[in-house]
Write a protein that binds this ligand. Sequence first.
Ligand code: NDP
Length: 247
Amino acid sequence: MQSYQAPCDALANKTILITGAGDGIGRIAALTYAKHGATVILLGKTTSKLECVYDEIVAAGYPEPAIVPLDMRGATKQHYRDLAATIEQTFGKLDGLLNNAAILGSLGPMEHFCVSTFENIMKVNVTAQAMITKYMFPLLRKAPNASVVFTSSGVGREGREFWGAYAISKFATEGMMQTWSKEIGTTNIRINCINPGATNTSMRNAAFPGEDKARLKTPLDLMPTYLYLMSDDSIGVNGQSLDAQSK
Ligand code: NDP
């Protein structure tokens, strides 16, 4: 689906929640979904970044977004319950959830992993994704067709030395998507993963500080797959892990 061409109104009348919407791939996904007609709910840790994305969307004349500043590391059940209640009151339903926010932590040998860093990575990359999906589920059920997209990684499909907790968290993400998608079977909700592949963002630059950034794909290059899984053209696609760029 890397060559998917979305009609310009592909996401009209849809409300889509994006985690980590203030930067990197999540930011471009938010702008792209809004450009295709969606009302986007921008969730992220840094309010000023979310406000910049909000301003860009409004300035472009796309549907007015909403902002949810939330640190998913410390977020509790009550935060997600409150968020669900607000979305229900404002929009009545949720058509899409892009679980994109993640942290890299530090790379290094498993033998010397730092327990608190490991726990933080699991909280943001795994537990928080499971929690937000659980609490959004009743709203996703209210949409005619809803799409949940988790964000995987190449290191979540085949272990790689020194990628530690981040890699383990991405294996968990693939497992969560498979488990959940099998449980729901054929309903109005579909649940899939995207593996973005090497992409020029702060996370990639932190992992590979010495590489030539100009040779990397940009978040914009990935958007055909991100649009495909959120658009009704992917109805019936469930339990898949798609690559957003060719290897
Ligand atoms: P970035 O680091 O550029 O962006 C991550 C986003 O997640 C930021 O908006 C950040 O917010 C948000 N975030 C981080 N921690 C929290 C938190 N505790 N609570 C709420 N939001 C948080 O990463 P990418 O755009 O590169 O990555 C996006 C996704 O793609 C991730 O799941 C990543 O694992 C995956 N991926 C990326 C690849 C790449 O090459 N870039 C390759 C494979 C997978 P803030 O800026 O405010 O901290």
